[in-house]
Write a protein that binds this ligand. Structure first.
Ligand code: GLC
Length: 569
Protein backbone atom coordinates (compact mmCIF):
# COMPACT_ATOMS: atom_id res chain seq x y z
CA UNK A 1 0.00 0.00 0.00
CA UNK A 2 1.48 3.32 -1.04
CA UNK A 3 1.29 6.10 1.47
CA UNK A 4 0.53 9.71 0.80
CA UNK A 5 3.37 12.07 0.21
CA UNK A 6 4.59 14.26 1.95
CA UNK A 7 5.25 12.41 5.21
CA UNK A 8 3.38 14.86 7.43
CA UNK A 9 0.09 13.90 5.82
CA UNK A 10 0.49 10.36 7.20
CA UNK A 11 1.72 11.55 10.56
CA UNK A 12 0.20 11.87 13.99
CA UNK A 13 1.70 14.70 16.03
CA UNK A 14 2.02 14.76 19.82
CA UNK A 15 2.42 18.12 21.55
CA UNK A 16 4.66 18.37 24.60
CA UNK A 17 4.38 21.39 26.85
CA UNK A 18 7.71 20.78 28.55
CA UNK A 19 7.17 22.60 31.82
CA UNK A 20 4.52 20.05 32.79
CA UNK A 21 5.63 16.87 31.07
CA UNK A 22 8.32 15.27 33.26
CA UNK A 23 10.78 16.66 35.76
CA UNK A 24 14.12 14.81 35.87
CA UNK A 25 15.92 16.76 38.60
CA UNK A 26 13.37 17.42 41.32
CA UNK A 27 13.08 21.19 40.95
CA UNK A 28 9.35 20.89 40.28
CA UNK A 29 9.64 21.94 36.61
CA UNK A 30 9.53 19.58 33.66
CA UNK A 31 12.69 19.53 31.53
CA UNK A 32 14.38 18.10 28.43
CA UNK A 33 15.91 15.15 30.25
CA UNK A 34 12.46 14.40 31.57
CA UNK A 35 11.12 14.25 28.02
CA UNK A 36 14.04 12.00 27.15
CA UNK A 37 12.99 9.56 29.88
CA UNK A 38 9.61 9.17 28.23
CA UNK A 39 10.55 8.51 24.61
CA UNK A 40 9.55 4.86 24.80
CA UNK A 41 6.12 5.90 26.03
CA UNK A 42 5.77 8.05 22.88
CA UNK A 43 7.12 5.27 20.68
CA UNK A 44 4.62 2.81 22.15
CA UNK A 45 1.82 5.23 21.46
CA UNK A 46 3.19 5.22 17.90
CA UNK A 47 3.21 8.95 17.21
CA UNK A 48 5.37 10.16 14.32
CA UNK A 49 6.17 13.72 15.29
CA UNK A 50 6.66 15.59 18.54
CA UNK A 51 5.84 19.28 18.71
CA UNK A 52 7.80 20.76 21.57
CA UNK A 53 6.47 24.06 22.93
CA UNK A 54 9.18 26.71 23.54
CA UNK A 55 12.30 25.62 25.42
CA UNK A 56 14.38 28.69 24.52
CA UNK A 57 15.90 31.09 27.04
CA UNK A 58 13.06 33.11 28.51
CA UNK A 59 12.14 35.05 31.63
CA UNK A 60 8.81 33.15 31.50
CA UNK A 61 6.42 36.04 31.60
CA UNK A 62 4.30 34.00 29.14
CA UNK A 63 5.75 30.56 29.88
CA UNK A 64 8.45 30.54 27.25
CA UNK A 65 6.51 32.38 24.54
CA UNK A 66 8.66 35.39 25.47
CA UNK A 67 12.12 34.47 24.19
CA UNK A 68 15.26 36.32 25.21
CA UNK A 69 17.73 34.15 23.27
CA UNK A 70 16.58 32.13 20.25
CA UNK A 71 19.71 29.99 20.28
CA UNK A 72 19.75 29.18 23.98
CA UNK A 73 17.87 26.71 26.18
CA UNK A 74 16.04 27.95 29.26
CA UNK A 75 17.96 27.02 32.45
CA UNK A 76 14.85 25.37 33.90
CA UNK A 77 14.80 22.97 30.95
CA UNK A 78 18.49 22.05 30.67
CA UNK A 79 21.17 22.68 28.07
CA UNK A 80 21.76 22.51 24.35
CA UNK A 81 23.54 19.21 24.96
CA UNK A 82 20.30 17.87 26.49
CA UNK A 83 18.45 19.09 23.43
CA UNK A 84 20.90 17.34 21.11
CA UNK A 85 20.41 14.16 23.07
CA UNK A 86 16.65 14.52 22.87
CA UNK A 87 16.58 15.01 19.12
CA UNK A 88 18.93 12.05 18.65
CA UNK A 89 16.74 9.87 20.88
CA UNK A 90 13.63 10.84 18.92
CA UNK A 91 15.26 10.29 15.55
CA UNK A 92 16.59 6.90 16.65
CA UNK A 93 13.00 5.91 17.28
CA UNK A 94 11.82 7.27 13.96
CA UNK A 95 10.06 10.25 15.55
CA UNK A 96 10.55 13.71 14.12
CA UNK A 97 10.71 16.92 16.15
CA UNK A 98 9.10 20.25 15.40
CA UNK A 99 9.61 23.26 17.65
CA UNK A 100 7.71 26.44 18.31
CA UNK A 101 8.87 29.39 16.27
CA UNK A 102 7.90 32.53 18.18
CA UNK A 103 8.84 35.43 15.93
CA UNK A 104 5.95 37.87 16.09
CA UNK A 105 7.62 39.16 19.25
CA UNK A 106 10.60 38.58 21.51
CA UNK A 107 11.04 39.05 25.22
CA UNK A 108 11.80 42.60 26.36
CA UNK A 109 14.94 40.99 27.79
CA UNK A 110 16.18 39.97 24.33
CA UNK A 111 19.45 41.78 23.50
CA UNK A 112 17.79 43.39 20.46
CA UNK A 113 15.15 45.02 22.61
CA UNK A 114 17.56 45.99 25.36
CA UNK A 115 19.49 47.93 22.72
CA UNK A 116 16.40 49.13 20.88
CA UNK A 117 15.03 50.93 23.92
CA UNK A 118 18.34 52.68 24.67
CA UNK A 119 18.05 55.52 22.21
CA UNK A 120 15.98 56.62 19.25
CA UNK A 121 18.89 56.15 16.91
CA UNK A 122 20.23 52.85 18.16
CA UNK A 123 20.89 50.47 15.23
CA UNK A 124 18.32 48.08 16.77
CA UNK A 125 15.65 50.77 17.21
CA UNK A 126 13.82 49.63 14.08
CA UNK A 127 13.76 45.99 15.11
CA UNK A 128 10.61 46.91 17.04
CA UNK A 129 7.58 49.11 16.50
CA UNK A 130 8.05 52.47 18.25
CA UNK A 131 5.69 55.44 17.98
CA UNK A 132 5.33 58.77 19.73
CA UNK A 133 2.17 59.19 21.76
CA UNK A 134 -0.37 61.83 20.87
CA UNK A 135 -1.70 64.27 23.44
CA UNK A 136 -0.28 62.15 26.22
CA UNK A 137 -2.12 59.08 24.97
CA UNK A 138 -1.13 55.84 23.31
CA UNK A 139 -0.50 56.05 19.55
CA UNK A 140 -3.83 54.28 18.84
CA UNK A 141 -6.63 52.31 20.53
CA UNK A 142 -5.16 48.84 20.05
CA UNK A 143 -5.71 46.32 22.82
CA UNK A 144 -3.34 43.54 23.76
CA UNK A 145 -4.69 40.00 23.52
CA UNK A 146 -3.95 39.72 27.24
CA UNK A 147 -5.97 42.83 28.14
CA UNK A 148 -5.28 46.58 28.38
CA UNK A 149 -3.51 48.74 25.83
CA UNK A 150 -1.15 47.13 23.29
CA UNK A 151 1.27 50.04 23.83
CA UNK A 152 3.78 50.52 26.62
CA UNK A 153 5.37 53.89 27.32
CA UNK A 154 9.13 53.69 27.66
CA UNK A 155 10.72 56.37 29.79
CA UNK A 156 14.30 56.49 28.42
CA UNK A 157 13.25 57.62 24.92
CA UNK A 158 9.75 58.95 25.64
CA UNK A 159 8.02 56.75 23.06
CA UNK A 160 5.66 53.80 23.07
CA UNK A 161 6.38 50.30 21.78
CA UNK A 162 3.79 47.86 20.48
CA UNK A 163 3.07 44.58 22.26
CA UNK A 164 0.09 42.57 21.00
CA UNK A 165 0.60 40.27 24.00
CA UNK A 166 2.22 41.13 27.35
CA UNK A 167 4.34 44.30 27.78
CA UNK A 168 7.24 41.86 28.15
CA UNK A 169 6.58 40.65 24.58
CA UNK A 170 7.40 43.58 22.25
CA UNK A 171 6.36 42.97 18.62
CA UNK A 172 9.15 42.67 16.08
CA UNK A 173 9.10 44.99 13.09
CA UNK A 174 8.90 42.61 10.13
CA UNK A 175 9.00 45.51 7.68
CA UNK A 176 12.68 45.78 8.57
CA UNK A 177 14.67 43.40 6.30
CA UNK A 178 17.42 43.05 8.92
CA UNK A 179 14.90 41.48 11.32
CA UNK A 180 13.82 39.00 8.69
CA UNK A 181 17.42 38.06 7.85
CA UNK A 182 18.18 37.38 11.51
CA UNK A 183 15.13 35.18 11.88
CA UNK A 184 15.83 33.13 8.77
CA UNK A 185 19.43 32.60 9.92
CA UNK A 186 18.16 31.45 13.31
CA UNK A 187 15.73 29.02 11.66
CA UNK A 188 18.53 27.55 9.52
CA UNK A 189 20.64 27.18 12.65
CA UNK A 190 18.00 24.94 14.24
CA UNK A 191 17.33 23.07 11.00
CA UNK A 192 21.03 22.32 10.67
CA UNK A 193 21.00 21.07 14.23
CA UNK A 194 18.27 18.58 13.43
CA UNK A 195 14.83 20.09 13.94
CA UNK A 196 12.26 18.86 11.39
CA UNK A 197 10.01 21.87 11.22
CA UNK A 198 8.15 24.52 13.13
CA UNK A 199 4.83 25.32 14.73
CA UNK A 200 4.66 29.04 14.03
CA UNK A 201 3.25 31.05 16.89
CA UNK A 202 0.71 33.77 15.92
CA UNK A 203 2.39 33.83 12.56
CA UNK A 204 -0.42 35.55 10.69
CA UNK A 205 0.09 38.68 12.86
CA UNK A 206 3.58 39.57 11.61
CA UNK A 207 2.48 42.12 9.00
CA UNK A 208 0.74 45.16 10.45
CA UNK A 209 -1.34 47.61 8.39
CA UNK A 210 0.70 50.67 7.36
CA UNK A 211 -0.06 53.67 9.50
CA UNK A 212 -1.38 51.47 12.31
CA UNK A 213 -4.94 52.82 12.10
CA UNK A 214 -7.36 52.67 15.05
CA UNK A 215 -9.27 49.40 15.46
CA UNK A 216 -13.02 49.45 14.86
CA UNK A 217 -14.82 49.52 18.13
CA UNK A 218 -18.41 49.70 19.30
CA UNK A 219 -17.38 51.34 22.56
CA UNK A 220 -15.18 54.37 21.86
CA UNK A 221 -12.60 55.07 24.50
CA UNK A 222 -12.01 51.38 25.10
CA UNK A 223 -9.08 49.44 23.76
CA UNK A 224 -9.88 46.98 20.99
CA UNK A 225 -7.87 44.06 19.60
CA UNK A 226 -7.00 45.19 16.04
CA UNK A 227 -7.64 41.90 14.23
CA UNK A 228 -8.48 43.67 10.97
CA UNK A 229 -5.16 45.56 11.01
CA UNK A 230 -2.76 42.86 12.17
CA UNK A 231 -4.09 39.46 11.09
CA UNK A 232 -3.33 38.38 7.52
CA UNK A 233 -1.83 41.80 6.91
CA UNK A 234 -0.71 43.26 3.58
CA UNK A 235 2.80 41.78 3.49
CA UNK A 236 2.08 38.44 5.19
CA UNK A 237 2.24 36.35 2.01
CA UNK A 238 5.39 38.09 0.86
CA UNK A 239 7.14 37.47 4.21
CA UNK A 240 6.12 33.82 4.37
CA UNK A 241 7.20 33.17 0.78
CA UNK A 242 10.52 34.77 1.54
CA UNK A 243 10.84 32.62 4.68
CA UNK A 244 10.12 29.49 2.64
CA UNK A 245 12.77 30.49 0.11
CA UNK A 246 15.45 31.75 2.50
CA UNK A 247 15.05 29.39 5.42
CA UNK A 248 12.95 26.32 4.75
CA UNK A 249 13.27 25.24 1.14
CA UNK A 250 16.53 23.24 1.39
CA UNK A 251 15.06 21.13 4.20
CA UNK A 252 12.29 18.53 4.36
CA UNK A 253 10.10 20.17 6.97
CA UNK A 254 6.64 20.33 8.44
CA UNK A 255 5.31 23.84 9.04
CA UNK A 256 2.06 24.55 10.82
CA UNK A 257 0.97 28.10 11.44
CA UNK A 258 -1.19 29.30 14.29
CA UNK A 259 -3.81 31.40 12.52
CA UNK A 260 -6.31 33.06 14.79
CA UNK A 261 -9.52 34.12 12.99
CA UNK A 262 -8.27 32.80 9.64
CA UNK A 263 -10.96 32.23 7.02
CA UNK A 264 -11.00 29.24 4.65
CA UNK A 265 -10.18 31.59 1.76
CA UNK A 266 -7.11 32.95 3.55
CA UNK A 267 -6.11 29.43 4.55
CA UNK A 268 -6.16 28.40 0.90
CA UNK A 269 -3.80 31.23 0.05
CA UNK A 270 -1.49 30.11 2.85
CA UNK A 271 -1.50 26.34 2.39
CA UNK A 272 -2.57 25.41 -1.14
CA UNK A 273 -0.28 22.73 -2.55
CA UNK A 274 0.85 24.89 -5.52
CA UNK A 275 2.30 28.00 -3.93
CA UNK A 276 1.09 28.12 -0.34
CA UNK A 277 4.09 28.95 1.85
CA UNK A 278 2.90 26.82 4.82
CA UNK A 279 1.95 23.15 5.03
CA UNK A 280 -0.88 23.45 7.51
CA UNK A 281 -2.67 25.89 9.78
CA UNK A 282 -4.48 25.79 13.07
CA UNK A 283 -7.75 27.60 12.53
CA UNK A 284 -9.80 28.58 15.58
CA UNK A 285 -13.39 28.34 14.43
CA UNK A 286 -14.28 25.31 16.53
CA UNK A 287 -12.46 26.82 19.52
CA UNK A 288 -14.64 29.92 19.24
CA UNK A 289 -17.95 28.03 19.47
CA UNK A 290 -18.10 28.51 23.21
CA UNK A 291 -16.12 31.74 23.39
CA UNK A 292 -16.68 35.44 23.31
CA UNK A 293 -15.82 36.61 19.79
CA UNK A 294 -13.78 39.48 21.22
CA UNK A 295 -10.76 37.35 21.94
CA UNK A 296 -9.41 33.83 22.21
CA UNK A 297 -8.43 34.26 25.80
CA UNK A 298 -11.66 35.84 26.91
CA UNK A 299 -13.40 33.55 29.31
CA UNK A 300 -16.90 34.90 29.11
CA UNK A 301 -18.65 32.49 26.83
CA UNK A 302 -21.62 30.42 25.84
CA UNK A 303 -22.43 26.76 25.35
CA UNK A 304 -21.24 25.22 22.09
CA UNK A 305 -23.77 23.60 19.77
CA UNK A 306 -23.32 20.37 17.85
CA UNK A 307 -24.97 21.87 14.76
CA UNK A 308 -22.40 24.66 14.69
CA UNK A 309 -19.53 22.22 15.25
CA UNK A 310 -20.73 20.20 12.26
CA UNK A 311 -21.05 23.27 10.08
CA UNK A 312 -17.56 24.54 10.96
CA UNK A 313 -15.74 21.24 10.59
CA UNK A 314 -17.61 20.34 7.44
CA UNK A 315 -16.76 23.63 5.77
CA UNK A 316 -13.03 23.09 6.40
CA UNK A 317 -13.27 19.46 5.29
CA UNK A 318 -14.99 20.40 2.05
CA UNK A 319 -13.49 23.71 1.07
CA UNK A 320 -9.86 23.79 2.14
CA UNK A 321 -7.65 23.37 -0.90
CA UNK A 322 -4.69 22.47 1.26
CA UNK A 323 -4.14 20.07 4.13
CA UNK A 324 -6.16 20.24 7.37
CA UNK A 325 -4.71 19.96 10.83
CA UNK A 326 -7.01 18.54 13.50
CA UNK A 327 -6.90 19.46 17.14
CA UNK A 328 -9.34 19.68 20.02
CA UNK A 329 -6.79 20.63 22.70
CA UNK A 330 -3.50 22.39 23.18
CA UNK A 331 -1.66 24.41 25.84
CA UNK A 332 -4.02 27.39 25.33
CA UNK A 333 -7.31 25.51 25.57
CA UNK A 334 -9.24 23.67 28.25
CA UNK A 335 -9.16 19.87 28.27
CA UNK A 336 -11.25 18.46 25.44
CA UNK A 337 -13.04 15.79 27.48
CA UNK A 338 -14.31 18.42 29.92
CA UNK A 339 -15.23 20.77 27.12
CA UNK A 340 -16.74 18.66 24.34
CA UNK A 341 -17.38 15.41 26.23
CA UNK A 342 -18.18 14.52 29.81
CA UNK A 343 -15.36 14.83 32.33
CA UNK A 344 -17.39 12.91 34.93
CA UNK A 345 -19.52 9.79 34.54
CA UNK A 346 -18.73 9.14 30.87
CA UNK A 347 -15.16 10.39 30.91
CA UNK A 348 -13.63 7.29 29.37
CA UNK A 349 -16.36 6.82 26.77
CA UNK A 350 -16.41 10.45 25.72
CA UNK A 351 -12.61 10.76 25.63
CA UNK A 352 -12.55 7.81 23.22
CA UNK A 353 -15.40 9.25 21.17
CA UNK A 354 -13.56 12.56 20.80
CA UNK A 355 -10.36 10.69 19.92
CA UNK A 356 -12.28 8.88 17.19
CA UNK A 357 -13.50 12.21 15.88
CA UNK A 358 -9.98 13.68 15.86
CA UNK A 359 -8.39 10.74 14.07
CA UNK A 360 -11.11 9.99 11.54
CA UNK A 361 -11.50 13.48 10.15
CA UNK A 362 -9.42 14.31 7.10
CA UNK A 363 -6.17 15.98 8.16
CA UNK A 364 -3.19 15.46 10.45
CA UNK A 365 -4.20 14.80 14.08
CA UNK A 366 -2.46 16.71 16.89
CA UNK A 367 -2.67 15.08 20.33
CA UNK A 368 -1.95 17.25 23.35
CA UNK A 369 -0.11 15.64 26.27
CA UNK A 370 -2.47 13.86 28.64
CA UNK A 371 -5.33 13.85 26.14
CA UNK A 372 -4.49 10.17 25.51
CA UNK A 373 -5.21 9.55 29.21
CA UNK A 374 -8.47 11.47 29.17
CA UNK A 375 -7.04 14.13 31.50
CA UNK A 376 -9.65 16.66 32.63
CA UNK A 377 -9.94 20.32 33.60
CA UNK A 378 -8.93 21.30 37.10
CA UNK A 379 -10.77 23.55 39.60
CA UNK A 380 -8.23 25.24 41.82
CA UNK A 381 -9.94 27.11 44.68
CA UNK A 382 -8.13 30.44 44.45
CA UNK A 383 -6.76 32.73 41.74
CA UNK A 384 -3.44 32.43 43.60
CA UNK A 385 -3.23 28.81 42.44
CA UNK A 386 -3.16 29.95 38.80
CA UNK A 387 0.08 30.74 37.00
CA UNK A 388 -1.06 31.80 33.53
CA UNK A 389 -0.70 35.51 32.77
CA UNK A 390 -3.86 35.56 30.63
CA UNK A 391 -5.89 33.98 33.43
CA UNK A 392 -4.53 36.33 36.06
CA UNK A 393 -5.07 39.41 33.87
CA UNK A 394 -8.62 38.37 33.01
CA UNK A 395 -9.42 37.79 36.66
CA UNK A 396 -8.16 41.25 37.56
CA UNK A 397 -10.06 42.84 34.70
CA UNK A 398 -13.34 41.07 35.43
CA UNK A 399 -13.28 41.36 39.22
CA UNK A 400 -11.47 44.62 39.83
CA UNK A 401 -12.40 46.66 36.77
CA UNK A 402 -15.82 45.29 35.83
CA UNK A 403 -16.91 44.41 39.36
CA UNK A 404 -17.99 40.85 38.59
CA UNK A 405 -18.59 38.45 41.43
CA UNK A 406 -15.40 36.55 42.37
CA UNK A 407 -17.09 33.17 42.59
CA UNK A 408 -18.61 33.69 39.13
CA UNK A 409 -15.22 34.56 37.68
CA UNK A 410 -13.66 31.48 39.29
CA UNK A 411 -16.32 29.39 37.56
CA UNK A 412 -15.34 30.86 34.20
CA UNK A 413 -11.69 30.19 34.98
CA UNK A 414 -12.47 26.58 35.87
CA UNK A 415 -14.12 26.22 32.51
CA UNK A 416 -11.71 28.13 30.27
CA UNK A 417 -8.32 28.85 31.86
CA UNK A 418 -5.24 27.83 29.91
CA UNK A 419 -3.93 26.30 33.14
CA UNK A 420 -6.47 23.49 32.68
CA UNK A 421 -4.07 22.16 30.07
CA UNK A 422 -0.94 23.02 32.02
CA UNK A 423 -1.23 20.92 35.17
CA UNK A 424 1.44 18.20 35.35
CA UNK A 425 1.20 15.10 33.23
CA UNK A 426 -0.19 12.28 35.35
CA UNK A 427 2.27 9.39 35.14
CA UNK A 428 1.27 7.24 38.10
CA UNK A 429 -0.52 7.36 41.47
CA UNK A 430 2.54 8.20 43.56
CA UNK A 431 2.93 11.65 45.12
CA UNK A 432 2.68 14.47 42.53
CA UNK A 433 1.54 11.94 39.94
CA UNK A 434 5.11 10.81 39.35
CA UNK A 435 5.78 14.12 37.60
CA UNK A 436 8.37 15.38 40.10
CA UNK A 437 10.03 14.39 43.34
CA UNK A 438 10.01 18.06 44.33
CA UNK A 439 7.26 20.63 44.69
CA UNK A 440 5.47 21.07 41.34
CA UNK A 441 5.46 24.60 39.91
CA UNK A 442 1.66 24.38 39.55
CA UNK A 443 -0.78 22.09 41.37
CA UNK A 444 -1.39 18.55 40.20
CA UNK A 445 -4.98 17.65 39.31
CA UNK A 446 -6.19 15.68 42.36
CA UNK A 447 -7.75 13.04 40.11
CA UNK A 448 -4.27 11.67 39.29
CA UNK A 449 -4.78 8.74 41.66
CA UNK A 450 -7.35 7.43 39.20
CA UNK A 451 -6.28 9.02 35.89
CA UNK A 452 -2.65 8.25 35.13
CA UNK A 453 -0.44 6.59 32.54
CA UNK A 454 0.52 3.58 34.67
CA UNK A 455 -3.14 2.71 35.26
CA UNK A 456 -3.91 3.27 31.58
CA UNK A 457 -1.08 1.02 30.44
CA UNK A 458 -2.37 -1.76 32.71
CA UNK A 459 -5.98 -1.49 31.52
CA UNK A 460 -6.67 -2.85 28.02
CA UNK A 461 -9.86 -0.75 27.87
CA UNK A 462 -8.13 2.54 28.66
CA UNK A 463 -8.29 5.69 26.59
CA UNK A 464 -4.54 5.25 26.00
CA UNK A 465 -4.88 1.82 24.37
CA UNK A 466 -7.79 3.10 22.34
CA UNK A 467 -5.66 6.01 21.05
CA UNK A 468 -2.95 3.54 20.07
CA UNK A 469 -5.53 1.58 18.09
CA UNK A 470 -6.79 4.74 16.41
CA UNK A 471 -3.24 5.60 15.36
CA UNK A 472 -2.79 2.05 14.06
CA UNK A 473 -6.02 2.34 12.11
CA UNK A 474 -4.73 5.41 10.33
CA UNK A 475 -1.48 3.64 9.44
CA UNK A 476 -3.23 0.54 8.13
CA UNK A 477 -5.96 2.25 6.10
CA UNK A 478 -5.11 4.70 3.42
CA UNK A 479 -8.70 5.90 3.31
CA UNK A 480 -8.29 7.38 6.80
CA UNK A 481 -5.59 9.66 5.44
CA UNK A 482 -6.89 10.34 1.98
CA UNK A 483 -10.59 9.59 1.78
CA UNK A 484 -13.06 12.34 0.99
CA UNK A 485 -15.35 13.42 3.82
CA UNK A 486 -19.09 13.46 3.49
CA UNK A 487 -21.42 14.55 6.27
CA UNK A 488 -24.61 12.54 6.78
CA UNK A 489 -27.58 13.20 9.09
CA UNK A 490 -26.74 16.89 8.88
CA UNK A 491 -29.50 18.02 11.22
CA UNK A 492 -29.31 15.32 13.87
CA UNK A 493 -29.00 17.14 17.22
CA UNK A 494 -27.09 14.35 19.01
CA UNK A 495 -25.18 12.36 16.40
CA UNK A 496 -22.25 13.51 14.28
CA UNK A 497 -21.85 10.99 11.46
CA UNK A 498 -19.82 11.07 8.25
CA UNK A 499 -18.23 8.85 5.67
CA UNK A 500 -14.69 8.83 4.33
CA UNK A 501 -14.28 7.34 0.86
CA UNK A 502 -11.71 7.05 -1.87
CA UNK A 503 -13.59 5.21 -4.59
CA UNK A 504 -12.58 1.69 -3.57
CA UNK A 505 -12.99 1.90 0.14
CA UNK A 506 -15.51 3.65 2.33
CA UNK A 507 -15.73 4.11 6.09
CA UNK A 508 -18.71 5.17 8.17
CA UNK A 509 -18.04 7.09 11.39
CA UNK A 510 -20.86 7.34 13.94
CA UNK A 511 -20.40 9.55 17.01
CA UNK A 512 -22.91 10.19 19.76
CA UNK A 513 -22.00 13.57 21.25
CA UNK A 514 -24.45 13.22 24.15
CA UNK A 515 -25.03 11.26 27.33
CA UNK A 516 -28.38 10.10 25.92
CA UNK A 517 -29.29 7.10 23.75
CA UNK A 518 -30.29 8.50 20.34
CA UNK A 519 -31.28 6.28 17.41
CA UNK A 520 -29.02 6.24 14.40
CA UNK A 521 -30.86 5.62 11.14
CA UNK A 522 -28.69 4.93 8.12
CA UNK A 523 -29.44 7.13 5.11
CA UNK A 524 -30.85 5.23 2.14
CA UNK A 525 -27.86 5.75 -0.15
CA UNK A 526 -25.51 3.72 2.09
CA UNK A 527 -25.47 -0.12 2.18
CA UNK A 528 -27.17 -1.47 5.35
CA UNK A 529 -25.58 -4.91 5.26
CA UNK A 530 -22.09 -6.30 4.91
CA UNK A 531 -20.39 -3.65 7.05
CA UNK A 532 -17.46 -4.63 9.24
CA UNK A 533 -16.58 -2.92 12.49
CA UNK A 534 -13.09 -1.36 12.66
CA UNK A 535 -13.17 0.25 16.10
CA UNK A 536 -15.74 1.12 18.76
CA UNK A 537 -15.68 2.42 22.32
CA UNK A 538 -18.24 -0.14 23.58
CA UNK A 539 -18.54 -3.84 22.87
CA UNK A 540 -20.18 -4.05 19.44
CA UNK A 541 -20.38 -6.40 16.47
CA UNK A 542 -20.40 -6.35 12.76
CA UNK A 543 -24.05 -5.78 12.34
CA UNK A 544 -27.00 -4.69 10.42
CA UNK A 545 -26.46 -0.98 10.56
CA UNK A 546 -29.78 0.21 9.17
CA UNK A 547 -30.81 1.24 12.66
CA UNK A 548 -28.80 1.39 15.87
CA UNK A 549 -29.61 2.66 19.34
CA UNK A 550 -26.43 4.34 20.50
CA UNK A 551 -25.13 4.26 24.05
CA UNK A 552 -23.89 7.45 25.80
CA UNK A 553 -20.99 8.97 23.86
CA UNK A 554 -20.79 5.86 21.70
CA UNK A 555 -18.40 5.87 18.74
CA UNK A 556 -18.25 3.28 15.97
CA UNK A 557 -16.29 3.12 12.76
CA UNK A 558 -17.38 0.66 10.07
CA UNK A 559 -15.97 -0.31 6.75
CA UNK A 560 -18.97 -0.29 4.43
CA UNK A 561 -19.66 -3.08 1.97
CA UNK A 562 -18.31 -2.23 -1.48
CA UNK A 563 -20.98 -0.88 -3.83
CA UNK A 564 -22.70 -3.50 -6.02
CA UNK A 565 -20.96 -3.62 -9.39
CA UNK A 566 -23.15 -1.90 -11.96
CA UNK A 567 -24.27 -4.39 -14.55
CA UNK A 568 -24.33 -3.10 -18.08
CA UNK A 569 -26.42 -4.70 -20.71
C1 GLC B 1 0.17 31.81 21.00
C2 GLC B 1 0.61 30.77 22.00
C3 GLC B 1 0.26 31.25 23.37
C4 GLC B 1 0.99 32.55 23.62
C5 GLC B 1 0.75 33.57 22.50
C6 GLC B 1 1.77 34.66 22.54
O1 GLC B 1 -1.19 32.00 20.99
O2 GLC B 1 0.04 29.52 21.70
O3 GLC B 1 0.54 30.31 24.37
O4 GLC B 1 0.56 33.10 24.81
O5 GLC B 1 0.85 33.00 21.23
O6 GLC B 1 3.02 34.17 22.15
Amino acid sequence: MGMADPWWQNSVVYQIWPRSFKDSDGDGIGDLRGVNEKLDYLKDLDVDVVWLSPVYTSPNDDMGYDISDYRGIMDDFGTLADWDELVAGLHRRGIRLIMDLVVNHTSDEHAWFVESRRSRDDPHRDYYIWRPGHDGHEPNNWASAFGGSAWAYDEPTGEYYLHLFSPKQPDLNWDNPAVRREIYAMMRWWLDRGVDGFRMDVITAISKAPGLPDAHTASPGRYQFPGEHVLHGPRLMEFLREMRREALSPYDTLTVGEAFAVTVEQAIELTNPRDGPLDMLFHFEHMMLDSDPLGPLTFAGRRWELGELKRVMTRWQRELDGWNSQYLSNHDQPRQVSRFGDGGRYRVESAKMLGTFLHLLQGTPFIYQGEELGMTNVSFPSIEDYRDIATRNQYRELVEERGMDQAEVMKLIHRKSRDNARTPMQWDDSENAGFTTGRPWIGVNPNYTEINAAAALADPDSVLHYYRRLIGLRKANRVVVEGAYELILDDDPAIYAFTRGDGEDRLLVILNFTGGTPDFVLPGHLPPTGASLLIANYPADDAEIARLTLRPYEARVYRLAPPEPTIRR
